[in-house]
Design a protein around this ligand. Structure first.
Ligand SMILES: [Cu+2]
Length: 277
């Protein structure tokens, strides 16, 4: 190696070390800041633990898809290794092994197997999307969600009472954003609207997000979705965010969902209700 080369290499290394250190520091601080990252573990396939009945459907679909994908991957890897080991060119033999082309049964297999796989994925995805987007309209709690650059306004109607709208401003911490209070064990209907740009309503623990598109008229089923919250063991405050890049403060368009027991919710409605409907 020439001396010049060595110097270049050394100076490159000298430059890289501080860069790596800076990156490590950035990663460490980024992780420390991310207080709204939901808890997740391998038992849920790295999804956060759901707080709605609908989240169970998503979790089930997710698990099934991973099992199918891993099983397919395993079969493919075994076939590749098997072909590489048992069908390699024999030592000392100059000619190629028999070249197989247009083997009809194998061609049919190549076509039919992926078709079956895609159809199975499609069937379960279509079945679950239908269940997840169904709006029966009989939810006792109705929430009007208005998204704007860059926060949210929530208005809740329950038992003929409507709360004063809760609206927020762009924030760094979801605890400081507007808070939506919901009861456990209850069906909730959301009606999403916006007057400016496309936003997306996302609570990671719902395992669901829905785009909010301007111009969709009131009453259109495309603006609505329903959830049924799970029981009292899911009581807590969950982060919510906008999941559609909607402008300069998009990342600060945070809110929270507070899941409370029925009695606490009744109290909340009683104190927050501005007008009887
Ligand atoms: Cu947004």
């Amino acid at each position: 190696m020439s001396p010049t080369r060595r110097t270049t290499r050394r100076s490159l290394a000298r430059r890289r070390v501080p860069r790596a250190a800076a990156l490590a520091l950035l990663l460490a601080t980024a992780t420390a800041c991310a207080n709204d990252v939901p808890k997740f573990d391998w038992s849920n396939g790295l999804l956060p633990e759901g707080v709605t009945e609908q989240a169970k459907v998503v979790q089930h679909l997710w698990n099934g898809a991973w099992i199918a994908a891993l099983a397919t991957g395993a079969v493919v890897i075994v076939l590749i290794v098997w072909a590489a080991i048992f069908h390699r060119k024999r030592k000392g033999k100059a000619e190629l092994p028999p070249q197989v082309r247009y083997n009809l049964p194998i061609e049919i297999l190549y076509t039919v197997v992926p078709l079956v796989m895609v159809s199975v994925f499609f069937f379960f995805t279509a079945r679950d999307s239908k269940a997840l987007t169904e709006v029966a309209g009989d939810a006792p709690v109705k929430v009007k969600v208005e998204a704007y650059q860059w926060s949210w306004r929530f208005t809740t109607t329950y038992n003929g009472k409507t709360t004063q709208p809760v609206s927020g401003m762009p924030v760094h911490d979801y605890h400081q954003g507007p808070q939506l209070v919901l009861p456990t064990n209850t069906k909730v209907e959301f009606d999403l609207s916006t007057d400016d740009v496309i936003h997306s309503f996302w609570v990671p623990e719902f395992l669901f997000k829905r785009d909010i598109i301007p111009g969709i008229p009131e009453g259109n089923p495309g603006r609505k979705f329903e959830i049924k919250t799970l029981g009292d063991d899911r009581v807590g405050v969950y982060a919510g965010r906008c999941a559609e890049l909607c402008g300069v403060d998009h990342s600060r368009m945070l809110f929270s969902v507070k899941l409370v027991k029925q009695a606490e919710f009744d109290q909340y409605i009683a104190t927050q209700a501005g007008s009887a409907q």
